[in-house]
Ligand binder design. Sequence first.
Ligand SMILES: NC(=O)c1ccc[n+]([C@@H]2O[C@H](COP(=O)([O-])OP(=O)(O)OC[C@H]3O[C@@H](n4cnc5c(N)ncnc54)[C@H](OP(=O)(O)O)[C@@H]3O)[C@@H](O)[C@H]2O)c1
Length: 265
Amino acid sequence: MAEKTMTDKSMSGKVLFISGGTRGIGKAIVYEFASKGCDVAFTYASNADIANEIVADLEANYGVKSRAYKLDIMEPLTYKDVYKEFDEDFDRLDYFISNAIISGRAVVGGFAPFMRLKPKGLTNIYTATVSAFVVGAQEAAKRMELTGGGSIISMSSTGNLVYTPNYAGHGTNKAAVETMVKYAAAELGEKGIRVNAVSGGPIDTDALKAFPNYEEVKAEVVKRSPLSRMGDATDLTGACSFLCSDAASWLTGQVIVIDGATSFQ
Ligand SMILES: NC(=O)c1ccc[n+]([C@@H]2O[C@H](COP(=O)([O-])OP(=O)(O)OC[C@H]3O[C@@H](n4cnc5c(N)ncnc54)[C@H](OP(=O)(O)O)[C@@H]3O)[C@@H](O)[C@H]2O)c1
């Protein structure tokens, strides 16, 4: 992970809780917030060793407190137990980012061409994308209101704006979570809590490498973007830290698209 300047401590004393901090975009966000002095709680699904290495690295190199918890977003209500563990370690929560995503067997029948979509696969993606956001954000809001507010973000993708082969299940559920974000924003504003989505174009992570046509997608993105490259995991971190800053204090219920203009070509 690229070293950041150690002089920016603008998030000192604040606490982030993010799902899926071990890889890709989530890991990049974890490091971005830690580099600003933010304490970081994050979850993992199977990569406990990597999670522990990240915790040790953040504490040693950024001087922040960090903890990792096991979570399965296919069982959204287990968020409640994870938050109980979180409460043992942290006494406040300022930012929550719903980032984790399922892949592999869990998305069979959901990650497929239209004629091969199956209710089970689609339901799994809804559970992991929308229901997990709802429970994670509800638990976050209960804690944020104790300190007068906070910022909640759902990661989304432009697969609901641009046709992407096999992506119907994910794309429709990203559209759904963006609408859920707006409902949450409308109802949590009175608690001082802002809720937004950050929607990325294709980003070079494990999730994308799992696409059977990864090389084809990559070539198409490079061709489509006026910036002539695919997104990097760190390309979404700036929007997340901006949305959690005072500079975004009247920004809620929005979707910020970061896609190298690939959805305009
Ligand atoms: N990649 C893209 O092109 C792209 C573009 C726009 C938006 N996004 C969105 O950005 C977010 C992160 O994507 P990514 O590409 O960084 O994903 P990724 O590299 O596949 O990482 C997935 C993360 O989710 C965790 N996870 C996997 N299965 C889980 C489960 N059942 N329960 C809880 N956590 C689980 C993983 O933990 P372990 O390491 O322990 O397995 C890992 O930390 C997603 O919401 C995705 O839709 C991605």
